[in-house]
Structure formats: structure tokens, C-alpha cells
Design a protein around this ligand. Structure first.
Ligand SMILES: Nc1ncnc2c1ncn2[C@@H]1O[C@H](COP(=O)(O)OP(=O)(O)OP(=O)(O)O)[C@@H](O)[C@H]1O
Ligand SMILES: [Mg+2]
Length: 330
């Protein structure tokens, strides 16, 4: 079995179901928005949420992907930065419970967290993020040893905001012989680091995952043309179009991948799990189409649950469906 190392923000979601909007008003958070807060505000919000009962769920885009590759059976490692505190310990130990080698670095700052206010009859989500320790991850933290022995290196696009960090990580991963993949993460990150993203994909990245808006930000084109453009810059391009499915291209080979059937309740985590299924299938040497299909199978499971963690019955179903699909290609 091949191995994969991911690098990303080590963030823990702190979820609270609230009776009304009053806390949103207290902290000037528009309903449904996502705002960054400083440590002081972050601490006050956390204290206030505790009064309503909170649930802690370690997350972060690459961390979610890597947790899924571990569950699928790949040797999986994660590189990220936490504080020397309870939340950081929870992040690390939860990753380890899933079998991930959590290669954590430590900061003086407290651990990053994403506080989620769940309000109203439709369980609307409003976010206040305190990044803390995770933003302290820098190029000087990285040494060649972290990358040794890994076949794949997966980058969370959010980290591209620290260009020096990602330049060094990509160089070290390449030197270690890793296949490099990136999930573009967000259209505004792509927009504000466009030249850097182009250079990274042209020179280092083998596999690109982008959704519709990220692909548009990267190429100024609509999904199908964007796919062609991205695939001309790297080995494999993947453009995901939500519930319509995804498109994959490598050289002249192109496939449209239908979504796997699902009863969706919450799309959170679809992209992260898709990447995990795709990379797992790729590591088994499966054809390009099968990689997209296996990504779609597990993405279809995560949209059936609230949050980013697929439950045990759905993992069991996914593994059966993946096995059947692999047999079809044998
Ligand atoms: N309603 C759905 N039913 C079945 N599969 C879905 C559904 N929504 C998404 N998917 C699957 O998940 C994949 C990725 O979803 P999407 O295009 O939303 O990625 P994303 O925008 O990167 O997601 P995220 O918001 O998690 O970052 C799709 O290509 C599809 O296979
Ligand atoms: Mg995404």
C-alpha cells in the first residue's frame, strides 16, 4: 500500500446549537458569514458557546482528506501546527485514533479553531475562525525528514496564503520523489495568489482538484474549458461540479464522472473526501475514470451526513461499493 502526507491547517470545529440569533448580534456576526477573529474575541466566543454545550470535531481540509485516506488503508501522515493546549492535544489524538501519523509542530499561540453557531429551523451555520497556531506554520519548520518515505504529498490550498511555506514544501516533496496534489480550497485564495498558483501548478503539481469557482478563478474559463487549461499545466486535472458530478482529464484522456447516488443533507466535506477517494484509487494504479468514480463514491457518503465525518455504516457501504468497482476494472 502506498503512503501519503498531507499539509494543512490544524483546525478544530467547535459546534454549538443556539436557541436564537442573540449571540450572533453580540459578536456582530452576520447570519451565514465566515469571519476571522483575534485571540481575545475568539476566547470570549468560545466561553459564551460553552454555556450552550459544544461539540469538538477536528477538521481542516487536508486533515479531513488524510483521515479518509487512512480509513481507506493508505499509510497517511499529516503535517500541521497546534498550540500546547487541550484543543491541540484533542486534534492530534483524534487524528491518531483514525490511524494517521500526526506529525505536529507546536506554537506559542493557542490552537486554531473554527467556532460554528448553528441557529434557526434550517440549522444555518455562521462561522468565527481563530487561526492561532496554525498560521505560525512556516518554511523554517520544514525539513526533508518529514517527507521521507511518502509516495504522495497533498497540499491544502488555504496554505498558499503563505507562499514561502508552500514553495519549500513543494520543493522538498519533489526532492523526496512524491506525487504532488493540491486542492485549490477557495476561489478567493486562488484569486489573491494567482501568479503563485500558476507557477506552482506548472512546476510542481501533478494532480489538481478544483471546484467550479476555483477553476474559474484559476483560468477565467467555464468548467469544461478550465479542465483543458489546467490539464495542459499538470498530469491530471479534476474539476468538480457539485451535485452534477466531476470531470477528469489527463493528456488526451477525458471522462465525465456522474455523481454517485446519494440523499444529500449537507454538502460540507464533499471536496475533501472526493480527493481522498481519488488519490487512494490512483495509488492502487487504477484507471483515471475509476479514480473519479471512487472519489464520487465517498463524496456521496459525506453529503448524506451532517458535518465532515462519514459514519461507520456508510464507510462499510463505501468500502463494499469500492471493492465491487475495483473488481469491475480487474
Ligand atoms: N448532492 C450530491 N450527491 C452526490 N454527490 C455529490 C453531491 N454533491 C457533491 N457530490 C460529490 O462531491 C464532489 C465534490 O463536490 P463539490 O463540487 O461541491 O466540491 P467542493 O466545492 O470542493 O466541496 P467543498 O465545499 O467540500 O470544498 C462532486 O464532484 C460529487 O461527486
Ligand atoms: Mg473544496
Amino acid at each position: 500500500m502506498k503512503s501519503i502526507l498531507g499539509i494543512g491547517n490544524a483546525l478544530t470545529d467547535i459546534l454549538a446549537v443556539l436557541p436564537d440569533d442573540s449571540l450572533l448580534q453580540t459578536y456582530h456576526l452576520p447570519l451565514g458569514s465566515m469571519q476571522h477573529v483575534d485571540m481575545e474575541t475568539g476566547d470570549r466566543i468560545w466561553e459564551a458557546l460553552k454555556g450552550y454545550g459544544v461539540k469538538y470535531v477536528p477538521g481542516g481540509s487536508a486533515a479531513n482528506t488524510i483521515t479518509c485516506t487512512a480509513i481507506l488503508g493508505m499509510t497517511s501522515g499529516f503535517l500541521g501546527k497546534i498550540g500546547n493546549d487541550d484543543l491541540g492535544n484533542l486534534f492530534k489524538s483524534t487524528m491518531e485514533q483514525f490511524g494517521v501519523r500526526a506529525q505536529m509542530l507546536y506554537s506559542e499561540k493557542s490552537s486554531g479553531r473554527c467556532m460554528v453557531f448553528i441557529t434557526g429551523a434550517n440549522a444555518e451555520r455562521t462561522f468565527a475562525d481563530y487561526m492561532g497556531a496554525t498560521l505560525e506554520l512556516g518554511p523554517d519548520d520544514l525539513t526533508p525528514e518529514f517527507f521521507e518515505g511518502y509516495d504522495y504529498f497533498h497540499i491544502e490550498g488555504y496554505l498558499v496564503q503563505n507562499q514561502e511555506l508552500i514553495s519549500k514544501a513543494a520543493r522538498l516533496a519533489k526532492a523526496a520523489g512524491c506525487i504532488i496534489s493540491i486542492d485549490m480550497a477557495s476561489y478567493n485564495v486562488v484569486d489573491s495568489n494567482l501568479a503563485f498558483f500558476h507557477n506552482l501548478v506548472d512546476n510542481y503539481v501533478d494532480i489538481v482538484f478544483a471546484n467550479e469557482s476555483e477553476a474559474r478563478a484559476f483560468t477565467k474559463m467555464e468548467p469544461r474549458e478550465a479542465l483543458d487549461d489546467i490539464s495542459s499545466r499538470c498530469k491530471i486535472a479534476v474539476v468538480k461540479v457539485g451535485k452534477q458530478g466531476s470531470m477528469v482529464k489527463s493528456g488526451d484522456e477525458y471522462h465525465f464522472i456522474e455523481p454517485w447516488p446519494a440523499t444529500p443533507v449537507d454538502a460540507t466535506g464533499a471536496g475533501d473526501t472526493y480527493a481522498a477517494g481519488f488519490l487512494y484509487a490512483h495509488s492502487l494504479g487504477l484507471p483515471l475514470k475509476a479514480c473519479g468514480e471512487i472519489g464520487s463514491i465517498i463524496a456521496a457518503k459525506v453529503v448524506e451526513v451532517i458535518g465532515t465525518k462519514i459514519d461507520i455504516p456508510r464507510w462499510r457501504d463505501a468500502k463494499i461499493e469500492i471493492k465491487q468497482l475495483i473488481e469491475k476494472y480487474a
